[in-house]
Design a protein around this ligand. Structure first.
Ligand SMILES: NC(=O)c1ccc[n+]([C@@H]2O[C@H](COP(=O)([O-])OP(=O)(O)OC[C@H]3O[C@@H](n4cnc5c(N)ncnc54)[C@H](O)[C@@H]3O)[C@@H](O)[C@H]2O)c1
Length: 251
Protein backbone atom coordinates (compact mmCIF):
# COMPACT_ATOMS: atom_id res chain seq x y z
CA UNK A 1 0.00 0.00 0.00
CA UNK A 2 1.45 3.35 -1.04
CA UNK A 3 1.61 6.02 1.67
CA UNK A 4 -1.02 8.37 0.22
CA UNK A 5 -3.18 5.84 -1.63
CA UNK A 6 -6.71 7.21 -2.04
CA UNK A 7 -5.84 10.59 -0.49
CA UNK A 8 -6.75 13.94 -2.00
CA UNK A 9 -4.02 16.59 -1.91
CA UNK A 10 -3.91 20.21 -2.99
CA UNK A 11 -0.62 22.10 -3.26
CA UNK A 12 -0.41 25.84 -3.96
CA UNK A 13 2.43 27.17 -6.08
CA UNK A 14 2.88 23.68 -7.51
CA UNK A 15 3.68 24.78 -11.05
CA UNK A 16 7.41 24.97 -10.35
CA UNK A 17 10.23 24.35 -7.90
CA UNK A 18 9.50 22.82 -4.52
CA UNK A 19 5.73 22.67 -5.09
CA UNK A 20 6.21 20.76 -8.32
CA UNK A 21 8.48 18.27 -6.53
CA UNK A 22 5.86 17.90 -3.77
CA UNK A 23 3.01 17.01 -6.15
CA UNK A 24 5.31 14.52 -7.90
CA UNK A 25 6.11 12.89 -4.55
CA UNK A 26 2.45 12.84 -3.47
CA UNK A 27 1.27 11.42 -6.79
CA UNK A 28 4.02 8.81 -6.65
CA UNK A 29 2.66 7.83 -3.24
CA UNK A 30 -0.81 7.30 -4.70
CA UNK A 31 -2.55 10.63 -4.03
CA UNK A 32 -4.95 12.38 -6.35
CA UNK A 33 -3.29 15.79 -6.64
CA UNK A 34 -4.49 19.28 -7.42
CA UNK A 35 -1.80 21.59 -8.75
CA UNK A 36 -2.74 25.19 -7.96
CA UNK A 37 -0.67 28.04 -9.31
CA UNK A 38 -1.07 31.65 -10.37
CA UNK A 39 0.74 30.57 -13.53
CA UNK A 40 -1.94 28.45 -15.16
CA UNK A 41 0.32 27.26 -17.98
CA UNK A 42 2.89 25.96 -15.48
CA UNK A 43 0.16 24.21 -13.48
CA UNK A 44 -1.21 22.57 -16.64
CA UNK A 45 2.28 21.43 -17.63
CA UNK A 46 2.85 19.74 -14.26
CA UNK A 47 -0.62 18.16 -14.37
CA UNK A 48 0.14 16.78 -17.85
CA UNK A 49 3.47 15.30 -16.62
CA UNK A 50 1.65 13.52 -13.82
CA UNK A 51 -1.28 12.26 -15.89
CA UNK A 52 1.27 10.98 -18.41
CA UNK A 53 2.87 8.93 -15.63
CA UNK A 54 -0.51 7.43 -14.74
CA UNK A 55 -1.39 9.67 -11.78
CA UNK A 56 -4.66 11.42 -11.05
CA UNK A 57 -3.87 15.13 -11.36
CA UNK A 58 -5.67 18.36 -12.15
CA UNK A 59 -4.44 21.92 -12.58
CA UNK A 60 -6.19 24.91 -11.03
CA UNK A 61 -5.25 28.49 -11.88
CA UNK A 62 -5.39 30.42 -8.60
CA UNK A 63 -3.64 33.39 -7.05
CA UNK A 64 -3.57 32.80 -3.29
CA UNK A 65 -3.44 36.53 -2.65
CA UNK A 66 -6.98 36.84 -4.05
CA UNK A 67 -9.86 35.72 -1.88
CA UNK A 68 -12.13 34.79 -4.80
CA UNK A 69 -9.40 32.62 -6.34
CA UNK A 70 -8.87 30.72 -3.10
CA UNK A 71 -12.60 30.13 -2.69
CA UNK A 72 -12.93 28.94 -6.30
CA UNK A 73 -9.85 26.70 -5.94
CA UNK A 74 -11.30 24.98 -2.88
CA UNK A 75 -14.72 24.62 -4.53
CA UNK A 76 -13.15 22.58 -7.35
CA UNK A 77 -11.91 19.98 -4.87
CA UNK A 78 -15.07 20.14 -2.75
CA UNK A 79 -17.24 19.37 -5.77
CA UNK A 80 -15.11 16.39 -6.78
CA UNK A 81 -14.34 14.86 -3.36
CA UNK A 82 -16.04 16.77 -0.52
CA UNK A 83 -12.78 16.73 1.41
CA UNK A 84 -9.07 17.46 1.33
CA UNK A 85 -6.70 15.08 3.10
CA UNK A 86 -3.51 17.06 2.52
CA UNK A 87 -3.35 20.80 1.98
CA UNK A 88 0.02 22.42 1.33
CA UNK A 89 0.54 26.17 1.52
CA UNK A 90 3.62 26.33 -0.68
CA UNK A 91 3.13 29.40 -2.91
CA UNK A 92 5.67 32.03 -1.95
CA UNK A 93 7.51 35.03 -3.33
CA UNK A 94 10.43 37.17 -2.35
CA UNK A 95 11.29 40.80 -2.83
CA UNK A 96 15.01 41.29 -2.15
CA UNK A 97 16.37 44.61 -1.07
CA UNK A 98 17.67 46.67 1.81
CA UNK A 99 14.91 46.91 4.39
CA UNK A 100 15.38 50.64 4.85
CA UNK A 101 14.35 51.12 1.20
CA UNK A 102 11.41 48.69 1.27
CA UNK A 103 8.40 50.34 -0.39
CA UNK A 104 4.90 49.88 1.00
CA UNK A 105 3.92 48.29 -2.32
CA UNK A 106 6.71 45.68 -2.11
CA UNK A 107 5.86 44.87 1.50
CA UNK A 108 2.19 44.42 0.66
CA UNK A 109 3.08 42.29 -2.39
CA UNK A 110 5.20 39.84 -0.40
CA UNK A 111 2.85 39.78 2.60
CA UNK A 112 -0.23 39.19 0.45
CA UNK A 113 1.21 35.94 -0.92
CA UNK A 114 3.46 34.62 1.87
CA UNK A 115 1.20 35.40 4.81
CA UNK A 116 -2.30 36.53 3.76
CA UNK A 117 -2.45 33.68 1.23
CA UNK A 118 -1.52 31.13 3.91
CA UNK A 119 -4.05 32.60 6.34
CA UNK A 120 -6.81 32.48 3.75
CA UNK A 121 -6.10 28.91 2.56
CA UNK A 122 -5.74 27.63 6.14
CA UNK A 123 -9.00 29.31 7.18
CA UNK A 124 -11.13 28.55 4.13
CA UNK A 125 -9.72 25.02 3.80
CA UNK A 126 -10.71 24.10 7.36
CA UNK A 127 -14.09 22.51 6.55
CA UNK A 128 -12.58 20.31 3.82
CA UNK A 129 -9.70 19.22 6.06
CA UNK A 130 -12.17 18.45 8.85
CA UNK A 131 -14.24 16.36 6.44
CA UNK A 132 -11.12 14.22 5.84
CA UNK A 133 -11.07 12.95 9.43
CA UNK A 134 -7.24 12.81 9.17
CA UNK A 135 -6.35 16.12 7.59
CA UNK A 136 -2.79 17.36 7.26
CA UNK A 137 -2.07 21.04 6.69
CA UNK A 138 1.53 21.82 5.77
CA UNK A 139 2.79 25.39 5.65
CA UNK A 140 6.03 25.87 3.76
CA UNK A 141 7.95 28.44 5.79
CA UNK A 142 11.75 28.72 5.59
CA UNK A 143 14.91 28.53 7.63
CA UNK A 144 14.74 32.31 7.21
CA UNK A 145 11.99 32.27 9.88
CA UNK A 146 14.87 31.72 12.31
CA UNK A 147 17.88 33.34 10.69
CA UNK A 148 18.82 36.80 9.51
CA UNK A 149 20.36 37.58 6.13
CA UNK A 150 20.89 40.92 4.45
CA UNK A 151 18.06 41.96 2.13
CA UNK A 152 15.77 39.18 3.32
CA UNK A 153 14.19 40.81 6.39
CA UNK A 154 10.72 41.30 4.90
CA UNK A 155 10.71 37.70 3.60
CA UNK A 156 11.91 36.47 7.03
CA UNK A 157 9.11 38.39 8.75
CA UNK A 158 6.43 36.66 6.65
CA UNK A 159 7.97 33.23 7.24
CA UNK A 160 8.30 33.81 11.00
CA UNK A 161 4.61 34.71 11.07
CA UNK A 162 3.79 31.49 9.22
CA UNK A 163 5.60 29.39 11.85
CA UNK A 164 3.74 31.22 14.65
CA UNK A 165 0.43 30.69 12.84
CA UNK A 166 1.29 27.00 12.42
CA UNK A 167 1.68 26.49 16.18
CA UNK A 168 -1.61 28.28 16.89
CA UNK A 169 -3.51 26.30 14.28
CA UNK A 170 -2.03 23.01 15.49
CA UNK A 171 -3.76 23.67 18.81
CA UNK A 172 -7.00 25.05 17.32
CA UNK A 173 -7.43 22.35 14.69
CA UNK A 174 -6.35 19.31 16.78
CA UNK A 175 -9.91 18.64 18.09
CA UNK A 176 -10.95 18.19 14.45
CA UNK A 177 -8.24 15.58 13.73
CA UNK A 178 -6.26 18.02 11.62
CA UNK A 179 -2.49 18.11 12.04
CA UNK A 180 -0.74 21.37 11.19
CA UNK A 181 3.00 21.54 10.62
CA UNK A 182 5.56 23.86 9.08
CA UNK A 183 8.30 22.82 6.70
CA UNK A 184 11.41 24.98 6.84
CA UNK A 185 13.71 24.43 3.87
CA UNK A 186 17.22 25.79 3.70
CA UNK A 187 18.54 27.04 0.33
CA UNK A 188 17.28 25.14 -2.70
CA UNK A 189 18.07 26.04 -6.31
CA UNK A 190 14.74 27.14 -7.83
CA UNK A 191 13.45 30.15 -9.76
CA UNK A 192 12.96 31.88 -6.39
CA UNK A 193 16.66 31.70 -5.50
CA UNK A 194 18.01 31.88 -9.06
CA UNK A 195 18.94 35.54 -8.95
CA UNK A 196 20.88 35.36 -5.71
CA UNK A 197 22.56 32.06 -6.64
CA UNK A 198 23.70 33.54 -9.95
CA UNK A 199 26.31 35.40 -7.90
CA UNK A 200 29.05 32.76 -7.34
CA UNK A 201 30.32 34.54 -4.21
CA UNK A 202 26.89 34.37 -2.58
CA UNK A 203 26.39 30.76 -3.61
CA UNK A 204 29.79 29.86 -2.11
CA UNK A 205 28.98 31.71 1.12
CA UNK A 206 25.67 29.81 1.42
CA UNK A 207 27.30 26.45 0.68
CA UNK A 208 30.07 27.22 3.19
CA UNK A 209 27.38 27.94 5.82
CA UNK A 210 25.73 24.56 5.23
CA UNK A 211 27.04 21.54 7.12
CA UNK A 212 26.46 19.23 4.14
CA UNK A 213 28.33 21.73 1.91
CA UNK A 214 25.73 21.88 -0.85
CA UNK A 215 22.34 23.39 -1.66
CA UNK A 216 19.19 21.30 -1.30
CA UNK A 217 17.22 19.76 -4.13
CA UNK A 218 13.44 20.27 -4.44
CA UNK A 219 12.97 16.48 -4.15
CA UNK A 220 14.66 16.54 -0.74
CA UNK A 221 12.06 19.00 0.53
CA UNK A 222 9.28 16.97 -1.08
CA UNK A 223 10.19 13.79 0.81
CA UNK A 224 9.86 15.72 4.07
CA UNK A 225 6.45 17.02 2.95
CA UNK A 226 5.44 13.44 2.13
CA UNK A 227 6.35 12.39 5.68
CA UNK A 228 4.24 15.20 7.20
CA UNK A 229 1.35 14.39 4.86
CA UNK A 230 1.29 10.66 5.63
CA UNK A 231 0.22 8.56 8.61
CA UNK A 232 3.93 8.14 9.39
CA UNK A 233 3.53 11.57 11.03
CA UNK A 234 0.26 10.72 12.81
CA UNK A 235 1.62 12.03 16.16
CA UNK A 236 3.34 15.08 14.66
CA UNK A 237 1.56 18.41 14.92
CA UNK A 238 2.69 21.94 15.69
CA UNK A 239 6.19 20.97 14.56
CA UNK A 240 8.68 22.72 12.34
CA UNK A 241 10.54 20.26 10.18
CA UNK A 242 13.82 21.90 9.22
CA UNK A 243 15.36 20.52 6.02
CA UNK A 244 18.43 22.67 5.53
CA UNK A 245 21.51 20.45 5.20
CA UNK A 246 22.56 21.57 8.68
CA UNK A 247 22.64 25.29 7.93
CA UNK A 248 20.78 26.14 11.15
CA UNK A 249 23.20 23.95 13.13
CA UNK A 250 26.29 25.83 11.97
CA UNK A 251 27.91 28.54 14.06
N1 LIG B 1 13.98 27.80 -2.85
C1 LIG B 1 14.38 27.95 -1.60
O1 LIG B 1 15.59 28.02 -1.31
C2 LIG B 1 13.37 28.05 -0.49
C3 LIG B 1 13.85 28.00 0.83
C4 LIG B 1 12.95 28.09 1.87
C5 LIG B 1 11.60 28.20 1.61
N2 LIG B 1 11.16 28.25 0.34
C6 LIG B 1 9.71 28.38 0.15
O2 LIG B 1 9.26 27.31 -0.64
C7 LIG B 1 8.11 27.70 -1.37
C8 LIG B 1 8.33 27.39 -2.85
O3 LIG B 1 9.46 28.11 -3.31
P1 LIG B 1 10.24 27.75 -4.64
O4 LIG B 1 11.67 27.98 -4.34
O5 LIG B 1 9.79 26.45 -5.16
O6 LIG B 1 9.75 28.95 -5.57
P2 LIG B 1 9.49 28.99 -7.15
O7 LIG B 1 9.52 30.44 -7.48
O8 LIG B 1 10.39 28.06 -7.87
O9 LIG B 1 8.00 28.43 -7.30
C9 LIG B 1 6.93 29.11 -6.67
C10 LIG B 1 5.65 28.81 -7.42
O10 LIG B 1 4.61 29.54 -6.74
C11 LIG B 1 3.82 30.20 -7.71
N3 LIG B 1 3.22 31.39 -7.12
C12 LIG B 1 3.81 32.57 -6.85
N4 LIG B 1 2.91 33.43 -6.36
C13 LIG B 1 1.74 32.77 -6.31
C14 LIG B 1 0.43 33.14 -5.92
N5 LIG B 1 0.15 34.39 -5.51
N6 LIG B 1 -0.55 32.21 -5.97
C15 LIG B 1 -0.29 30.97 -6.42
N7 LIG B 1 0.92 30.57 -6.83
C16 LIG B 1 1.92 31.46 -6.78
C17 LIG B 1 4.78 30.53 -8.85
O11 LIG B 1 4.07 30.76 -10.07
C18 LIG B 1 5.66 29.29 -8.88
O12 LIG B 1 5.14 28.29 -9.73
C19 LIG B 1 7.93 29.20 -1.09
O13 LIG B 1 6.98 29.38 -0.07
C20 LIG B 1 9.30 29.63 -0.60
O14 LIG B 1 9.25 30.77 0.22
C21 LIG B 1 12.01 28.18 -0.73
Amino acid sequence: MRRLEGRVALVTGAGAGIGRAIVHAFAGAGACVYIADVNGVAAETVAAELVESGAQAQAITADVSRGQDVAAMLRVVEKAHGRIDVLVNNAGVNVRGDFRHLSDADWVAIREVNLDGVVRVARDGFALLKASGRGSLINVASIMAHRGLRQLSAYSATKGAVTALTRGLAVEYAPFAIRVNALCPGFVATALTQRVLRNPAIEKALVDSTALRRLGRPEEIATAALFLASDDASYVTGAELVVDGGMGAML
